[in-house]
Design a protein around this ligand. Structure first.
Ligand code: FEO
Length: 170
């Protein structure tokens, strides 16, 4: 993998770690307002982001590149409402999708077929990431100011369990 791609993959590794950091902060917000189900859902999302980070880490190593860990940027600490927190989450996923698309375009420009194939997983993953966060956003929009509705979603979100992949390379 050439230097340009190595740097771009390292930037994406940083962006995925930043996503984990952001979602952990959102989980803490939910814990602070006693929405334990929402907090559980966000903590599972943190695990997802760490998984994405490790996929990139392993790929850089496997391609003979150097992993360069940079400082992780600041994240917000307060959100106006659960709806507002999910608006931020969905927006963030759309931003990550844009980054993955740019990375794919770079891999194509550099004629790096292995990177193109590797990134296909992330392209598909982002479809799912946008869909699941948008689903929660729409549910929150639907219930409006209903407290029973909020507790119903909270209970449902408390069921989410992160399932780790079975092989280390994933
Ligand atoms: Fe790693 Fe949620 O995208």
């Amino acid at each position: 993998m050439n230097k340009k791609l190595e740097d771009a993959f390292n930037d994406q590794l940083n962006a995925e770690l930043h996503s984990a950091y952001l979602y952990l902060s959102i989980a803490a917000y939910f814990d602070s307002i006693n929405l334990k189900g929402f907090a559980n859902w966000m903590k599972a999302q943190v695990q997802e982001e760490l998984l994405h980070s490790m996929k990139l880490y392993n790929y850089i190593i496997n391609r003979g590149g150097k992993v360069k860990l940079s400082p992780i940027g600041e994240v917000g600490r307060e959100w106006e409402s659960p709806l507002n927190a999910f608006e931020a989450t969905y927006e963030h996923e759309c931003y990550i999708t844009g980054r993955i698309n740019d990375l794919m375009n770079l891999a194509r420009e550099e004629n790096d077929n292995a990177s193109v194939i590797f990134l296909e997983w992330f392209i598909n993953e982002q479809v799912e990431e946008e869909a699941t966060t948008d689903e929660k956003l729409q549910e929150l929009k639907m219930i409006g100011d209903s407290t029973p509705g909020l507790f119903m979603i909270d209970r449902e979100m408390g069921q989410r369990v992160f399932t780790p992949p079975t092989t280390q390379s994933e």
